[in-house]
Design a protein around this ligand. Sequence first.
Ligand SMILES: Cc1ncc(C[n+]2csc(CCOP(=O)(O)OP(=O)(O)O)c2C)c(N)n1
Ligand SMILES: [Mg+2]
Length: 283
Amino acid sequence: MTAPAAISAATASQERLARLRELSAETRIAIVNTITGPRMGHIGGDFSVTDILVTLFFGVMRYRATEPDWDARDRFILSKGHCSAALYSVLARAGYFEPDLLGRFMAPLSPLNGHPNRRKVRGVEANTGPLGHGLPIGVGCATGARIAGADWRTYVVLGDGELQEGSNWEAAMYAGHRGLSSLTAIVDRNRLQQGAGTEATNTLDPLDAKWRAFGWEVLEVDGHDHAALLAAFEAPPAGKPRCVIANTIKGKGVSFIENRVEWHHKVPSVEQTKQALAELAAR
Ligand SMILES: Cc1ncc(C[n+]2csc(CCOP(=O)(O)OP(=O)(O)O)c2C)c(N)n1
Ligand SMILES: [Mg+2]
């Protein structure tokens, strides 16, 4: 299979942005088809993170899908590992494995577990799922790059509810102290977690000030705007780790799923699946 060509942010023409939007639409459709088989998954967070993943994998990152351990690859960690269906859909499209495998999502003995496992799935850099571990691992990757004198970058995607895990702030403090400028954390700021809003549960705002206080550069963008995401990822390094606060809508793309807390891990019925696919196809 052929992976979609990478798109350089510097030359992000309208045509190329249209291609990223198309890949996002395809990815959301793949996610629906992936989770409706086993009737398990996290569609709300899958849809909020889709445009972030598509922009990184098809517009920004350096990797070789046929050589997943290529030493010079950029490292990517989906710390909000419950959104594995989104990651698997993108990895399949990028050529890490055959898209047919998505049909075995969460099937007995399938490598595509609910939480991504690096020993089972090509392209998965770190095992995640238990929240709060991706950023500490990413700090290790960025430190490794510095020690090796290598120029690969590390990207870690975090949920906003996930930021309640204290390990994130230990990692953030160390990365700020060390000025790990090859590290980018992306917060999927959809303002919902499991069962409630983030601010009702444990106030995160002002989130930008928190990251800045830990020594990070902070860029805040619309997390569904591919051009804005590209610009944030490609901005010249500031000598500090970078946090991209991506303002997103949980469930983005399907009217009855958007911004509704119960769709954290609900799976659409047969009728709802038809409607969801119709809405996604119309975009
Ligand atoms: C340590 C840990 N505690 C609890 C859970 C169960 N859990 C899975 S997803 C989730 C909510 C995460 O919310 P958020 O980080 O905002 O993710 P998103 O909104 O993007 O789905 C929780 C509590 C977990 N996976 N790990
Ligand atoms: Mg959230």
